[in-house]
Structures are given as structure tokens and as C-alpha cells.
Design a protein around this ligand. Structure first.
Ligand SMILES: [Zn+2]
Length: 129
């Protein structure tokens, strides 16, 4: 079942497999948020306790959404963390998405197939809305 502890488990797996060069410098919490149509995930730094909060679209609890889509969303947010957005790591770019920096880093980390899967899926998904 996909709940918040499943998300933490999955985040740890993705971290070990693809991000283990990235220092985990603060507490990272991952949770399902509200159900949204267009926003799949978000990451922010809690300034009071310096923890990072990753939220995943609550729709994705439903098993009809492929696991690759959850993995892609988690990996996308972890690239932000690695690149210093909403994390204690040094900021590597001025803007979080400009210039395709996320997809480039996902590809460098061996996640190219996940990006392809996502791009194809999201087209079909948007057609169903
Ligand atoms: Zn993003």
C-alpha cells in the first residue's frame, strides 16, 4: 500500500541506488499531499527546524498510477536537493528548472529511461483531463 512510510522507503531506495554521492545534511520528510491535477511534487525547506519537506501528489496513492511516475517525481525532487534547492547543499544554478538541468542530471544518474517513461505517460495523462 502506498502511504507515507512507503514513500520514505522508496525515497531511501532511490537515494541509495542513484544519489548516494549526495550528502544528506538534514532531516528529510516525504509525505503525500493534496490531490492535484498538474503538480506532481514539491520540495521546500522548513526554516524553523531546517528540515526538508517533499510532498507527492495525493492522487498517486492510487495504484492506477504507475510506480515509475512516483519514482520520477521523487527523483526530480532529489535532483533539486542535490542542486541546492530547498536543501543545505550549495546552490548549483540560479533557477531550479531552466535549461533542462533536471533531466540532464537524471540522465547522468542513469535515470534516462524513467524520464522517457514519464514524458510519454504525461502526454497521455494530460489528454485524459
Ligand atoms: Zn521541480
Amino acid at each position: 500500500m502506498r502511504d507515507d512510510s512507503w514513500l520514505s522507503w522508496r525515497l531511501n531506495q532511490i537515494w541509495q541506488l542513484y544519489f548516494n554521492d549526495i550528502a544528506r545534511k538534514n532531516k528529510i520528510v516525504i509525505k503525500f499531499g493534496r490531490e492535484a491535477l498538474y503538480r506532481f511534487g514539491s520540495i521546500r525547506l522548513n526554516y524553523s527546524d531546517k528540515s526538508t519537506l517533499i510532498r507527492i501528489n495525493g492522487r498517486f496513492k492510487n495504484p492506477k498510477y504507475p510506480q515509475e511516475i512516483l519514482d520520477h517525481t521523487i527523483a526530480h525532487e532529489l535532483v533539486h536537493y542535490a542542486q541546492g534547492f530547498s536543501s543545505p547543499n550549495p546552490r548549483m544554478h540560479r533557477y531550479p528548472h531552466r535549461g533542462g538541468v533536471i533531466d540532464k542530471e537524471l540522465a547522468q544518474r542513469g535515470l534516462k529511461d524513467l524520464v522517457f517513461f514519464y514524458k510519454k505517460w504525461v502526454k497521455d495523462y494530460l489528454d485524459t483531463l
